[in-house]
Structure formats: structure tokens, C-alpha cells
Ligand binder design. Structure first.
Ligand code: GDP
Length: 366
């Protein structure tokens, strides 16, 4: 499964956020597939559509889909030169699919900042630079492999790759992440193969104090992070890690009450989970019945048989067709019977591209 790695300088609130995640962790009884390592937190993806299906079907079992965070502690200045176990951390980041970059936007004289002042953009750039420097090493290795071939043969692919590398190198050298380089579709495919650290999608987590988080629009630190992120097409989530940690130790009812008192529609962690899911191009299809209402994750663009395979490989192998209706239709019409009457149930074959919010029944041969 896909995972988002939590990174950041020391003392910015990473562990506090990761504690909030592990306290919100799914119960292994419901998710036996989620083998859980100490640095991994598996959380449910909040989904109001499941809540609504539960109202309509009264199932015996309700299962949300999940998302995984990995704690990658201790990335510091000089990591790309192997400082502070640097290489270990960089290779841990390489194993993740997206980066949650926690930045300190709270002031607290009692908590030391490694750079001794609060300056989120400086902090962001310290870490981004390490990722970019590591990528430059990767690129230089690649150049030494491709350069000769592109010069001495007529191989079109290596010529195209060399042209890309010749643009990418100065781009990285000027301190810009690989993800902000404009590329053609073919070039994007080549780039993906390098598995560059600065190519991964990023969510900046602006960690604010309790007051700041109530009104982030008027917080200069948050605004600076937002502007920085917009320039490179990254996302930002403002939250207060301490508050999230407290929230996550409450039960569902207490949590809802607490949020209501604060006038917040959802927790910061829930917003972070949804954004991480979104930037990875993940979508949800639903299955509904009296036994179970359940959300399943698929990659945008997947066809019906592959989605069937998310549930069980047998469903994919023996796929005949899918019966599909839209969540919005059942939300309105309130029963599968009414869906059929209204002609909203569709039969789809193996070429059907599943959409977010589809409610699926798969027909298959065993
Ligand atoms: P890490 O080194 O990045 O993992 O940072 P920690 O999560 O250990 O946090 C460092 C210190 O900052 C701890 O004492 C936390 O309690 C504190 N801290 C974390 N988040 C907040 C916050 O939102 N507000 C305040 N005031 N302190 C926080």
C-alpha cells in the first residue's frame, strides 16, 4: 500500500503528530492485513458516504478504507553528506510515496529551535536542499551512464534522456525540486524511474499553536508557507499537533463534541489524511449490503476488473461484469430498489473506468 512519510527538522512537532496518528490507529481486528511496524501508523480515511450507507443499510460491519503514515525521524542539515545517519533517512524517504513535511509555525520560548528562531521557509529549504542534493547525486550517476551512449550511438531514447538530464541538472542546482520541472509525458515516465526524492508530492504541515490554528489566515508563518507551497504546486494543512494528540485520545463522541465546541467541522488530522489520499491520486469505491458497508481504495483510472481485484484476486480472474450505481443516487433515492426503479443501476463490462463514489457489485465466475 502507499505511504506518506513524515519528515521535518528536530523539535517541530513530528513525534507529537505521529503520536496523534498512532493513537487514532485502526483496530487490528478489523484490519488484519495491516501488519503494523513501530514507525508506521495506519488510520481510517474519514468518509461521510460510508456513514450515510450505514444509515441506509444497517450493516453488521462497517469498514473504512485506510491510509498509512511512516515516521521518518531525524532528517537534518548535511544528511545528503551522510551526517546524522543521513543516508539511512534519505533511503527511508525513498520508500515513501508522498512527503508530509512538518514545519514549526508556533512560538514557544521553552522549546528550542535547532536554528534558534522561527522561520518556516528557512526550515523548509534546509530539508528540501538535502533532498535536492541527494537527487543531484542520483542524476550525476545517471548522466555518466547515458552520456556516452547518447553521443556514440544513434539511440533516440538515450538522446531524449540526455536532453532531459541536461535540463534537470541545472534545475536542481538552482535549488528547485524535480517536481517543479516542466516535462513532456515521455519525460515524466523517464523521471519516475529515477525515484527522485524531490519528485514526490509534498504536503506542508504548518504546526501552529492552539490560538493560531483557529485563525490561520491571519498568521504570518502560515501565510508564508502557503505562498511557498502554491509556487511549487504543493499542499498545506494547518493544524496544532498538540491539539490533535489530545483529540486522538478521545472517543468518537467526545471528539465530535470537542470539535463542535471549537466550531471546527473536522480534525486537522482528518484533513491531513484526506489531502494525502488526494495528492496520491487515490479514489474510493464502495460496496454496500446488510452484511457490510465498506470503502475500498483504488488508483484513479483503474478499470472494473482491477477494482474487483482490490477486493479479491478471484473477483478479478473470474470477472463477468459490474453492477454500478452512484453514491449520490442512493443518497437521494435511499434504497437499491428505488435505484433500479429509477433506471440508475448500470451494467458495466471490463473496460469500465471506475469513478470515485461508485457503489459496486461484482459478478464473477469461481
Ligand atoms: P519532533 O522533534 O519534531 O518530533 O518534535 P516533538 O513532537 O517532540 O515536539 C517538540 C516539542 O514541541 C514538544 O515538547 C512538544 O510538546 C512541542 N509541541 C509540538 N507541537 C506543538 C504545538 O502545536 N504547540 C506547542 N506550544 N508546542 C508543541
Amino acid at each position: 500500500s502507499l505511504t506518506a512519510g513524515i519528515v521535518g527538522l528536530p523539535n517541530v512537532g513530528k513525534s507529537t503528530l505521529f503520536n496523534a496518528i498512532t493513537k487514532s490507529q485502526v483496530e487490528a481486528a478489523n484490519y488484519p492485513f495491516a501488519t503494523i511496524q513501530p514507525n508506521v501508523g495506519v488510520v481510517e480515511v474519514p468518509d461521510h458516504r460510508i456513514d450515510r450507507l450505514v444509515e441506509l443499510f444497517h450493516p453488521k460491519k462497517t469498514i473504512y478504507t485506510t491510509f498509512e503514515f511512516t515516521d521518518i525521524a531525524g532528517l537534518v542539515k548535511g544528511a545528503s553528506k551522510g551526517e546524522g545517519l543521513g543516508n539511512q533517512f534519505l533511503s527511508n524517504i525513498r520508500l515513501t510515496d508522498a512527503i508530509c513535511h512538518v514545519v514549526r509555525c508556533f512560538e514557544d520560548p521553552n522549546i528550542t529551535h535547532v536554528e534558534s528562531s522561527i522561520d518556516p521557509i528557512r526550515d523548509i529549504e534546509i530539508i528540501n536542499l538535502e533532498l535536492i542534493l541527494a537527487d543531484l547525486q542520483t542524476i550525476e550517476n545517471r548522466i555518466s551512464k547515458v552520456e556516452r551512449k547518447s553521443k556514440t550511438t544513434n539511440d533516440k531514447e538515450s538522446k531524449m534522456e540526455m536532453a532531459l538530464l541536461n535540463r534537470l541538472k541545472p534545475h536542481l542546482e538552482s535549488g528547485q525540486p524535480a517536481r517543479s520541472l516542466e516535462t513532456t509525458e515521455d519525460e515524466t515516465l523517464i523521471l519516475k524511474n529515477y525515484n527522485l526524492l524531490s519528485m514526490k508530492p509534498v504536503i506542508y504541515v504548518a504546526n501552529m499553536d492552539e490560538e493560531g490554528v483557529m485563525d490561520p489566515e491571519n498568521n504570518a508563518f502560515y501565510q508564508a508557507v502557503l505562498q511557498y507551497a502554491q509556487k511549487e504546486n504543493s499542499e498545506v494543512v494547518a493544524l496544532c499537533a498538540k491539539m490533535e494528540e489530545e483529540l486522538s485520545s478521545l472517543d468518537e463522541e467526545e471528539k465530535a463534541l470537542f470539535l463542535e465546541e471549537l466550531g471546527l467541522p473536522q480534525s486537522g488530522l482528518d484533513r491531513l489524511i484526506k489531502k494525502a489520499y488526494h495528492i496520491l491520486g487515490l479514489c474510493t469505491f464502495l460496496t454496500a449490503g446488510e452484511d457490510e458497508c465498506r470503502a475500498w481504495t483504488f488508483k484513479k483510472g483503474m478499470k472494473a476488473p482491477d477494482c474487483a481485484g482490490v477486493i479479491h484476486t478471484d473477483f478479478k480472474r473470474g470477472f463477468i461484469r459490474a453492477e454500478v450505481y452512484k453514491f449520490d443516487d442512493i443518497d437521494q433515492l435511499e434504497s437499491e430498489h428505488a435505484i433500479k426503479e429509477a433506471g440508475k443501476l448500470r451494467l458495466e463490462g471490463k473496460d469500465y473506468v471506475v469513478e470515485d463514489g461508485d457503489v459496486m457489485h461484482f459478478r464473477f465466475n469461481v
